[in-house]
Each structure stands twice: as C-alpha cells, then as structure tokens.
Ligand binder design. Structure first.
Ligand SMILES: [Fe+2]
Length: 265
C-alpha cells in the first residue's frame, strides 16, 4: 500500500495549500491512504471538529495530533472521538480521544496508525512513548503488519531512538513537530521507513509558521509577545511510503518538498 503522510498542516495557509494541491497529488502518486498531522491546523495551535471536516474534504483520511491537540481552551473535544482522529497515545488515561486506530482498505487490508508524543524538551511527565508505543504496536500486530507511527517530538535523538526501537515491528516511524523537514529519510535494517521530521505544510517564510518579527521580539525581550501565523510563502512537506502488504516492510520512502505559488489574501 502507498501512503502519503503530510507534515504539520499550519493554519489557514496550510489548509488552503492542501485544498489546492492534495487532490492532484493523491492521484499523481497513486496514494491508498492519506494521513496528516493536524495539531497546528487552527491558527497554528490546535484543531477543531470543523477543520477535521475540511481536511477530510481535501482528501485527508486520518488526522494525527501532538502537544497542541488540547490547546484550544474552549474547544469541544468530542470530535476526537471520531475513529480517524488521533491525539498522542501516551497522555494519561482519562483524557478524551485515543492515539491508536485501524484504517480499513479494500481487499480486507488494514493500516494501523499510532500517534505518540516525545518527552525530551517537550512534555516530560507523559507516559513513556517507548513502552506505551511498543504495547500499542504489539496489539495492532495481531490484526495487521502494516503500521505507521507518527512520533511528535522535539529531540532528533528521541525520534531516532524510537525508530530503531520499533524497527522491524512497524512499517514506518515518521517524526513530526519541528516544522523543519529533515533529509535523512531511509529504510532501516528491519524494514521500517524513517524520517526524523516530515516538515510543515504552511507559510515557508516564517519561524516554524509564525511571523518572524514577532518571534524575534519574543527572543530579544524574553517576555510574552503574541504570535500570528505568517502570510508569506507557501510549501507542502510530506513523505510517500510504499509498503509491502504481505510483510509490512517498507520498500521506499520519498520526501516531498513543494514550494507553492499561493496568494495569502
Ligand atoms: Fe507540535
């Protein structure tokens, strides 16, 4: 099966880039399942039920989350109960939503998807992504050997370590969160496709999506400065993964970095 995984969709620009480009991309690349990290889809922080509907309309079938999954304070989080909307699996029990799903394909094939969040430099009190991730993967493997993990994490070392930890047990470990696409895509020894970070789909001329003048002020002044999504530049970052359905091993992983001609107005 062929998967398209779209790096963090950021704000209005990220959503409109998907609306404009996804339908053609899905057919050009003969994609069976489209997965996107959507935790920045609402103005750069968070996700809403309405935006999930829009992303689905553009062709996204599974939406994953991260440290901003619960960021909108007055959000109605019931949309996270939908089977194909995930937030990191290693949040404490009692939170709404889930971090694991099984997506049905034709010919009784299934894709397992696990969403995990890193702890290093991010959210240290979460459950261990290694142990909880492995447990989730072992349960999924009773149903399918085709499994993708979105590991939403800050530290490159944590992402590289989790990929090696799960090598041979899952089809792909795709890093998200930094909004900077890395050039290290590869197939590991055991057949797991890996990239440290898939990147961001949103305004390229920015500091990880936000207006750079405001981010610079925040660094200079060391006080709170409100941040707004940038309205300059546009890019689509993603990876295409080709998985052998019989073994669950990946045959290839290819990076996509497209600059899009786009008007923010
Ligand atoms: Fe994030």
């Amino acid at each position: 099966m062929r998967l398209l995984f779209i790096g963090d969709i950021f704000g209005t620009a990220g959503r409109r880039i998907c609306a404009d480009r996804l339908p053609a991309l899905l057919s050009e690349r003969r994609i069976d399942v489209c997965i996107a990290n959507g935790e920045n889809a609402a103005g750069g922080r968070g996700l809403t039920g309405n935006l999930v509907k829009k992303l689905r309309k553009y062709g996204v079938q599974i939406v994953t989350g991260g440290n901003h999954s619960f960021s909108i304070p007055d959000n109605a989080f019931q949309f996270m109960e939908q089977p194909m909307v995930l937030r990191p699996h290693n949040y404490p029990p009692g939170n709404i939503g889930k971090g694991v799903t099984l997506f049905p394909l034709p010919d009784r094939r299934q894709l397992g998807v696990v969403n995990l969040q890193g702890r290093t430099f991010l959210h240290e009190s979460l459950d261990c992504p290694f142990r909880t991730g492995l447990e989730a993967v072992e349960v999924l493997r009773r149903q399918t050997s085709c499994i993708l993990v979105d590991f939403h994490a800050e530290a490159t070392s944590e992402k590289a370590a989790l990929a090696r930890f799960l090598d041979g047990k899952v089809s792909a470990v795709i890093g998200t969160h930094t909004h900077v696409q890395t050039a290290d895509e590869r197939i590991l020894e055991g057949g797991t496709a890996f990239i440290t970070d898939a990147g961001m789909t949103g305004p390229e001329d920015s500091v990880i999506g936000m207006r750079h003048d405001q981010v610079i002020r925040r660094f200079l002044l060391q006080t709170y400065v409100p941040l707004e999504p940038s309205k300059k530049g546009a890019m689509l970052n993603a990876v295409v993964i080709d998985i052998d359905d019989a073994t669950g091993h990946s045959r290839s992983i290819e990076r996509i970095f497209e600059r899009i001609l786009f008007s923010h107005e």
